[in-house]
Design a protein around this ligand. Structure first.
Ligand SMILES: *Cc1c(COP(=O)(O)O)cnc(C)c1O
Length: 389
């Protein structure tokens, strides 16, 4: 990011700054790692909806993973082929289902038996066949924050294991439903191989069960997303470790080679290319505390307030213009009227002044996509920088 001569760009803050070179490098690395195993990757749109970013991803021949009718429409608009769009979500409405059937999306990732019935009814009325994968909740702990773990039995997602047989039987019987596969997504910000090993083993067992109990071989299985990134040291290895995920799966998945393997990645594709830039409004001296009050708030980036997420924070002005300056301890906070509007506490930074440019790193995923205008604030500006092309 510093390579763009950031202090001399004429940008207004707060803003989302996207390093498109890094996005391209990440996509190259993803495609190379997936190609090695012939895996198909869908981009989980909800991580970032910025048009230049989504268009670049669509141009790479990835599929799209949507979680609402709005996302399905947006994916089409951005250039994804309907035959590469999959659609998950526990609360698909009849209207959303109808629309997705009209545009012939590749697959509904079905999250309940009730939803199967609903899709059957609508498809029958439209005289269509709906291709579905059953989202199975494998009861695997992704060892991540409880708000972003989705594969435990107690979460609302997917069909739980005791209902697996019933759901499969039903999907095979319903006349306007074509069962094509199994789907899983166990959580987000997973940085260890072990949850993916457990998932691969479980998925293999379930595929074997389909064969033994139902004489059925799926076309594909979809192992979801969730690959984590390094929020603490974003410059250490800015491209996510896609090989860790794919190699782990390839090593532990034991299924017929005719069954294709799909993934749905969001965060690991877009997180590191985005930075939230803010200017320091005041450095406020409190009682036993110093606050850096910046012009970005939790409405621009809610992850720290929502999931106690940690983003690395840098003072770019001090780093570039005042090298070697002494350090101080600060809380970095926004202007919003909520105590949770805090980006970091007791953070050591170079002595900071009003007007300094602050970078809140790794904000490309679930940053702008989750932003709001709370407190009637203007949306942050967006800039997309690229050195080549
Ligand atoms: C959010 C989501 C993903 C992507 O998760 P990441 O952690 O961003 O990779 C994949 N699949 C489904 C069903 C999702 O809801």
């Amino acid at each position: 990011m510093k390579k763009y001569d950031i202090l001399n760009l004429n940008i207004s803050t707060p803003c989302y700054f996207y390093d498109m070179d890094l996005l391209n490098k990440t996509l190259d690395s993803l495609q190379e790692a997936a190609k090695k195993h012939d895996y198909l990757v869908h981009y989980a749109l909800k991580a970032n909806y910025e048009e230049p970013i989504v268009k670049e991803i669509a141009s790479r021949n990835l599929g799209a993973d949507c979680v609402s009718g709005g996302e399905v429409d947006f994916a089409i608009k951005m250039g994804f082929e309907p035959s590469k769009i999959v659609y998950a979500g526990v609360g698909k409405t009849p209207l959303e289902i109808k629309r997705a059937l009209q545009i012939d999306i590749a697959c509904f990732n079905v999250e309940s038996i009730e939803e199967l019935d609903m899709i059957q009814q609508i498809a029958e009325r439209m005289n269509k066949t709906a291709t579905v994968a059953l989202r199975i909740n494998p009861d695997i702990d992704a060892h991540t924050h409880h708000y972003i773990t989705t594969g435990l039995a107690e979460t609302k997602f997917g069909i739980s294991l005791p209902m697996f047989d019933l759901a499969v039987k039903k999907a095979l019987e319903l006349p306007n439903i074509k069962l094509a596969g199994l789907h899983f997504h166990i959580g987000s910000q997973i940085t260890l191989a072990d949850p993916y090993r457990l998932l691969s083993v479980k998925a293999s067992e379930l595929v074997a069960e389909l064969k033994n109990k139902f004489q059925f071989t799926p076309e594909y299985i979809n192992l979801g997303g969730g690959l984590g990134i390094d929020y603490d040291n974003p410059d250490n290895e800015p491209v996510a470790d896609f090989s860790m995920l794919f190699d782990t799966v390839s090593q532990h998945l034991d299924i017929d080679s005719s069954i294709k393997v799909h993934f749905e990645l969001g965060r690991s594709i877009v997180a590191q290319c985005g930075t939230l830039l803010a200017s320091v409004i005041y450095v406020k001296n409190g009682v036993g505390k110093r606050f850096i009050i910046v012009d970005a708030g939790m409405n621009d980036l809610i992850r720290p307030a929502l999931y106690e997420a940690h983003h690395k924070i840098e003072n770019l002005t001090a780093d570039l213009m005042r090298p070697g300056s002494p350090v101080q301890t600060y809380d970095v906070v926004g202007p919003i009227c909520e105590s949770s509007d805090c980006f970091d506490r007791d953070l050591t930074l170079p002595v900071t002044q009003s007007g300094d440019l602050i970078a809140i790193r790794s904000a490309g995923a679930y940053g702008s996509a989750m932003s709001s205008t709370y407190n009637m604030r203007q949306p942050a500006s967006r800039y997309f920088f690229e050195t080549k092309k």
